[in-house]
Design a protein. Structure first.
Length: 299
């Protein structure tokens, strides 16, 4: 059974884009994934995104992705939305991943803008529509031009929002003006995909976050959100400012790298990285420890 949702909050409000734990020899650690998923939900997450960027999706196999979805759904049941990353730069492959995720029990799909090939807006529209047509699952688009090379234009978002299963957008575009227009005109549920902009995006109409730093500060993100929703702008701003060292420190290098390092120091399942990602150097780990300590997170 899927968790309860509303059209305004189709995947809840606070989601963490979960790392994929690996064993010491680099194999998929399903037990670790279930432990981490349960911990994140206990910490206050409404949902988990698996096999996204932070889940090292470029270096996990299709079979591993399906196994991961199944394991995480088993671990959290109907306590949280499990959203499976299914987007690639190959529409046919994305459809295969989407159908496999539905079969494995996912509650929704995350579809990233096709990367590297730089399709025109009509190509983006047809790509996302084909994925949404392939299953019965609700779809969250993922607009991240810094990785994909191509933004989803506001006009394209408005067109895509007409599809009954395209219900949300994860915004990592870093453009509050364009976000404001897209929120106002598309009707999509809007999720911040850039932790530094969580509060600013709430102020222009976002309804929640898909966070990386949620691995270590979910209660604080929940408190920020609830302060904003209650109209306590001063409190929301205070929490945002307290978290600035976390937002900065976790993205001094690639976010998977810092997240796995932090989780390991906190005693949670994480494991090694798969190349081309590499572990933090000792001085980088010292910097991360220093950054997080300024926000009250002690590794």
């Amino acid at each position: 059974m899927a968790p309860t949702s509303t059209p305004q909050t189709p995947f809840g409000r606070v989601l963490t884009a979960m790392v994929t734990p690996f064993t010491a020899d680099g194999a998929l650690d399903l037990d670790g994934a279930q432990q981490l998923a349960a911990h994140l939900v206990d910490a206050g997450n409404d949902g988990l995104v698996v096999s996204g960027t932070t889940g090292e999706s470029p270096t996990t196999s299709d079979a591993e992705k399906a196994q991961l979805v199944k394991a995480v759904v088993e671990a959290v049941g109907d306590r949280a939305h499990v959203v499976a990353g299914a987007g690639t730069n190959d529409t046919a492959h994305s459809i295969e991943l989407a159908t496999a995720a539905q079969k494995a029990g996912a509650h929704g799909l995350l579809a990233v803008t096709p990367y590297y090939s730089k399709p025109p807006q009509e190509g983006l529209y047809r790509h996302f529509t084909a994925i949404a047509d392939a299953t019965e699952l609700p779809v969250m688009l993922y607009d991240i031009p810094g990785r994909s090379g191509v933004p989803i234009n506001t006009e394209t978002l408005v067109r895509l929002a007409e599809h009954p299963r395209i219900v949300a957008n994860k915004d990592a575009k870093g453009d509050l003006g364009r976000a404001s227009w897209a929120i106002a005109t598309s009707g999509l549920a809007w999720y911040s995909g850039d932790d530094m902009l969580n509060l600013p995006l709430l102020s222009v109409g976002a309804i929640g976050f898909v966070s990386v730093v949620g691995h270590v500060v979910t209660p604080e993100l929940r408190a920020l959100l609830e302060a904003h929703l209650s109209g306590d702008v001063a409190k929301a701003t205070e929490i945002h400012q307290k978290l600035l060292p976390v937002f900065t420190g976790m993205f001094r290098t690639q976010g998977v790298i810092t997240t796995k390092a932090a989780l390991a120091r906190l005693g949670h399942p994480a494991g090694p990285l798969r190349l081309p990602l590499v572990e933090l150097a000792p001085e980088e780990l010292d910097q991360l420890t220093h950054d997080l300590a300024h926000s009250g997170v002690h590794l």
